[in-house]
Ligand binder design. Structure first.
Ligand SMILES: CC(C)(COP(=O)(O)OP(=O)(O)OC[C@H]1O[C@@H](n2cnc3c(N)ncnc32)[C@H](O)[C@@H]1OP(=O)(O)O)[C@@H](O)C(=O)NCCC(=O)NCCS
Length: 188
């Protein structure tokens, strides 16, 4: 793909974030059904092309309370997955992030951390939010670690909250305040 045709909304060192597009449909459907990817996600039903297409169309509606980005590698425009800033509450100044980087061959390279930092910058310095939350299965070390590296702190745990693979799992609640994120950003 030629550089001038690339749609970029937020740009980092190795990644850029852009709106999700219908041309992402096949890959997103593959990611969302992959047992390794959905292991710690809340969806437990198979995802059809029609369902995925409806989800993409919904993200394309430009809802100011729910913003979803495709996460893409700059070097070759490879789609890694998506990240969202959802349940945006402009009165109380908070929102919740969600991550699904379905290209599992690219895990553990710091891409979630880089994308999350871009989304936090957007949340704090563009949308003027003051707190961003996240939640993860206790066992989802990748999710918890990349959030901690972006300045999130653990606020608490919901005990035996989600049923999966024959047992109940704790859910870890995390959040990052703008002032702490600004301090971390300055250090880096
Ligand atoms: C969770 C997820 C977003 C992490 O993406 P990622 O690009 O691998 O994360 P990063 O590489 O930025 O992770 C940051 C740190 O966590 C570490 N990490 C990532 N996955 C890990 C794992 N499974 N176990 C232990 N550490 C892990 C990385 O090595 C890195 O640490 P380092 O900088 O000290 O090396 C990705 O695995 C994913 O989308 N999984 C499927 C969907 C999902 O579970 N989403 C989260 C729902 S709450």
């Amino acid at each position: 793909m030629k550089k001038e045709k690339t749609v970029i909304f937020l740009e980092g060192k190795r990644l850029y974030l852009r709106p999700v597009d219908l041309s992402d449909l096949e890959e997103f459907q593959r990611f969302a059904n992959d047992p390794d990817v959905r292991q710690y996600l809340l969806n437990v039903l198979p995802i059809s092309k029609m369902h995925e297409e409806n989800w993409i169309k919904k993200t394309m509606e430009r809802n100011p309370n729910d913003v979803t980005f495709a996460v893409v590698l700059k070097k070759d425009n490879k789609l890694l997955g998506c990240m969202s800033l959802g349940d945006i509450d402009y009165i109380n100044g908070f929102a919740t992030t969600g991550s699904m980087l379905g290209a599992k061959e690219e895990w553990n390279k710091g891409y979630a951390q880089e994308a999350k930092m871009l989304i936090l910058e957007y949340a704090f310095l563009t949308l003027n939010l003051r707190k961003v939350c996240s939640a993860a299965f206790y066992e989802n070390k990748g999710s918890i670690k990349h959030n901690l590296k972006c300045g999130y702190k653990i606020e608490g745990t919901l005990k035996r909250h989600y049923y999966r693979d024959g047992k109940y799992h704790d859910q870890v609640l995390l959040s990052v305040f703008k002032r702490d994120w600004l301090r971390l950003k300055k250090q880096n």
